[in-house]
Ligand binder design. Sequence first.
Ligand code: ADP
Length: 162
Amino acid sequence: MPRAVYPGSFDPITYGHIDIVQRAKTIFDELIVAVVTNPSKQTLFSLEERRKLCEQALKDEQIDGIQVITWEGLVIECAKRYQAQAIIRGLRANSDFEREFQMALTNRDLNGNIESVFFMTSGEYSFLNSSIVKEIKSFRGDVSRFVPSVVEKALEQKFRKT
Ligand code: ADP
C-alpha cells in the first residue's frame, strides 16, 4: 500500500497543484496533502484557511479519498509520522529543479527510507503558481482558469479587505 505525502504552501491551491494530486493518485494508494508552514514565505492565507481551501477545492473537483492535514515542522518528519514511503513534489522550470534537488538530497540525508518523487508539470500549467494568481486577483483580474471557484471567492474576500 504505497502512501505518499504531497507537501506545499498551497497559498492558495491552484489547478497546477490539483493536476499533480490527480496524477499522483493513479500511482499511490493513499495520498496526503500536507499544508505546511514555510519560514521563508509570508502567506496570504493562514495555515487553517489554506487547509480548508485545499479540502473544499478537492471536494468540488470530485477528487475523493485525499486526506488534507497541516504540518508545522520538517516535511520529512511529517512523512515519517504518517508512515509514507514517498514525498511528492511538482517540477515546472529550471528554477524549481535547483531547489527541489537540494531539498530531496537533504531529505534523503535525514531519512534514507523515504523517497522524493517528482511529477513534471502539465504543459497548460507550466507557468502557473500561487503568486501569479494572487497578483492577478489583487488587480481584480479573472483567475477562473487557474483556480477552483471556492479559491477565487476566498481571494476576492481577502483583497476586498486590503
Ligand atoms: P512550496 O512553498 O513548498 O514550494 P507550493 O504550494 O508553491 O509550495 O508548491 C508545492 C509543490 O507543488 C511544489 O513541488 C511545486 O513545484 C508544485 N507546483 C506548484 N504549482 C505547480 C504547477 N503549476 N505545476 C506543477 N507543480 C506545481
